[in-house]
Design a protein around this ligand. Structure first.
Ligand code: RIB
Ligand code: CA
Length: 316
């Protein structure tokens, strides 16, 4: 089976943690490095969480490079993230503080170094604000042509937003970065809220998983505890959307995704719809398609796949 070699840019974050577990549980994937970015919580916390999670998973060969702490233009607002992901960013888990450290290189320099060293061999996943990726594109003109594929969790096409009525969090947190990335020429697959909101992990799923009575099952329960409470309180649903984990389906179960190629961009005009992503379905702009976007998904099948892989991981 061909292995997809992945570098993951991430802002852990409860669902980021689940995406990392799913990548580690998938034989189709070799997770080669993490780069951290501001987003759900502050950069020092997203970086700490990335290091602590890899130690929890006893992963000793996955380097972590720390990236940008603020968006390119907009001020950050992490307060929103802490409501959903807990003060630490990892819900109610109590992972020990990491003993390992990040590598010395800044995430942007590390991304440039890795992708230029092996052009078109590595796949980049971005499941937080796109600040690091945008700066790599701007700093090194050759970067974009060296990325085999970029898979992004972000955006809301026909769906409403989750950060504002129109905008999804990752894109809304740094819309200028997203505009640079969307127009970079990199082959992009975008996994927006249109699909991720159909992948809902429920309390019943958590209970089922915890029949395995394992540290992994308890971690999934604890890392999603605040997330689940948030959804119950604000969205009236006892569960949580597997936003970041669904990106992994692009490699392990692409048949579950309904992908369409369109010209996609993001509003950076500064008005009320700033951060809103849109697909030019009517080809008004007469621009070539730049993104494959998942407008639908077999959501329950993906959740079942996620649980199965967590059960397997728990037995390892
Ligand atoms: O809108 C969902 C996205 O925002 C996910 O990546 C979640 O981790 C948050 O970063
Ligand atoms: Ca994220």
């Amino acid at each position: 089976m061909p292995t997809t070699r992945i570098i993951l840019d991430t802002d852990p974050g409860a669902d980021d943690a689940l995406a990392i577990l799913l990548m580690l549980a998938s034989p189709e994937i070799k997770l080669e490095a993490l780069t951290t970015v501001h987003g759900n919580v502050t950069l020092d916390k997203t970086t700490r969480n990335a290091l602590a999670l890899l130690e929890f998973m006893q992963e000793k060969n996955i380097p972590v490079a720390q990236g940008c702490s603020v968006p390119l233009v907009k001020p950050p607002h992490q307060a929103q993230g802490e409501v959903v992901h807990g003060a630490s960013g990892m819900g109610r888990t109590n992972l020990p503080g990491p003993k390992t450290q990040t590598i010395k290189a800044h995430a942007v320099d590390y991304l440039i170094e890795r992708f230029l060293a092996e052009p078109k061999e590595l796949t980049l996943f971005a499941i937080g604000p796109l600040t690091n990726v945008a700066l790599a594109i701007r700093q090194e003109p050759k970067f974009a042509e060296c990325v085999k594929e970029l898979v992004i969790m972000g955006g809301a096409i026909r769906s409403g937003g989750n950060m504002s009525p129109l905008a999804e969090f990752n894109i809304s947190e740094d819309p200028h970065a997203a505009h640079i990335v969307f127009n970079s020429g990199i082959p992009i697959t975008l996994i927006p809220l249109d699909a991720t909101y159909k992948c809902l992990l429920t309390y019943a799923d958590i209970e089922r998983l915890n029949k395995t009575d394992s540290p992994i099952a308890r971690f999934v329960r604890d890392v999603t505890a605040d997330y689940m409470e948030f959804y119950l309180k604000y969205e009236g649903f006892a569960g949580c959307a597997l936003h970041d984990p669904l990106t992994v389906a692009a490699v392990i179960a692409p048949e579950l995704l309904s992908l369409e190629s369109h010209y996609v961009d993001v509003d950076i005009s500064g008005g009320v719809s700033t951060g809103k992503t849109y697909a030019d379905f009517m080809k008004v702009a007469k621009k070539p398609a730049n993104i494959k976007v998942a407008l639908d998904v077999k959501g329950r099948e993906f959740v079942e796949l996620f649980i199965k892989r967590m059960e397997n991981l728990a037995k390892q």
